[in-house]
Design a protein around this ligand. Structure first.
Ligand SMILES: Nc1ncnc2c1ncn2[C@@H]1O[C@H](COP(=O)(O)OP(=O)(O)OP(=O)(O)O)[C@@H](O)[C@H]1O
Ligand SMILES: [Mg+2]
Length: 257
């Protein structure tokens, strides 16, 4: 069933239509990619889904509930997490503490416990254990005590994914998770994405790394100048002349990019 439904969403900045009447569905348990040239509207679309920006037209529904008009924190509590194109970490905190901050955002399940002032210690211990687990999911367990500012660029993106996971999302939106990652880090990322999906989290990934996209995505949406120009499985998208013309170019031959 459709977990996320985007319907006729439009966002204008002055004379520029950054997102132009975009509609698509994301099905529970799937990995969907959103691709397209620079400035196509991918990050703006993520902002509209997650409440960081407001659509001029259209609606976004998550599990039958309207996200449009809600604030980012309310959307996180409904089970939608995201990462940013430019990582946003607490630089002086350790990797582990960055993930624990994410655990704190998990408001509904923690509410009664803290209201009754019960189990605070065991709650903290459980949170620490969970944060370690999430670092393991993204292959960063060895770096738990390292301050975020000391982590290499690629590793920072993985840490941001662990922090987003700490909010226990049902849907996670990743904006260019492979940007700046080397081959080994990209492999770790791909394995983490499968683990996360197998754990029941639905994923939407904006990415320019076509190797990653074609490998992990079950379905791809292609945006160009704000509009959706194609949608379908990787094998069809790779061969679509409209997509090749707008984005993939000549170097992306059928069978691989
Ligand atoms: N706050 C804003 N004010 C004005 N214009 C904006 C704003 N945010 C985005 N834009 C414009 O909207 C268009 C879409 O931008 P967006 O960042 O969504 O593209 P993108 O597909 O994420 O590109 P990239 O692959 O480079 O990250 C661009 O032309 C951008 O300059
Ligand atoms: Mg972007």
């Amino acid at each position: 069933m459709s977990l996320l439904a985007i319907r006729d969403v439009t966002r204008r900045f002055g004379g520029l239509t950054a997102v132009d009447g975009v509609s698509f569905d994301v099905y529970e348990g799937s990995i969907k990619a959103v691709i397209g040239p620079n400035g196509a509207g991918k990050s703006t679309l993520f902002n509209l889904i997650t409440g960081f920006d407001r659509a001029d037209e259209g609606v976004v529904m998550f599990d039958g509930e309207r996200l449009t008009g809600k604030r980012p924190d309310a959307i996180v509590r409904l089970g939608v997490a995201r990462t940013f194109q430019n990582t946003r970490l607490f630089e002086e905190m350790s990797a582990l503490d960055n993930v624990r901050v994410g655990c704190d955002l998990e408001v509904p399940r923690g509410f009664f416990r803290s209201a009754l002032r019960l189990g605070v210690r065991s709650g903290e211990a459980a949170m620490r254990q969970r944060a370690h687990h999430l670092l393991r999911v993204v292959g960063l367990e060895e770096r738990a005590e390292v301050p975020a500012s000391d982590l290499p660029h690629g590793t920072r993106r993985l840490l941001e994914i662990a922090r987003a996971l700490a909010t226990r999302p049902r849907l996670m939106l990743l904006d260019e998770p492979a940007a700046g990652l080397n081959g080994a880090e990209t492999r770790t990322l791909i394995e983490a994405l499968y683990r996360i999906r197998d754990d029941g989290v639905t994923l939407v990934v904006v990415e320019h790394d076509m190797g990653l996209v074609m490998e992990v995505a079950e379905e791809i949406v292609v945006l160009d100048r704000g509009a959706k120009i194609a949608e379908g499985p990787p094998l069809l998208i790779q061969k679509d002349p409209v997509v090749i013309e707008a984005y993939l170019g000549e170097e992306c031959e059928p069978g691989g990019c």
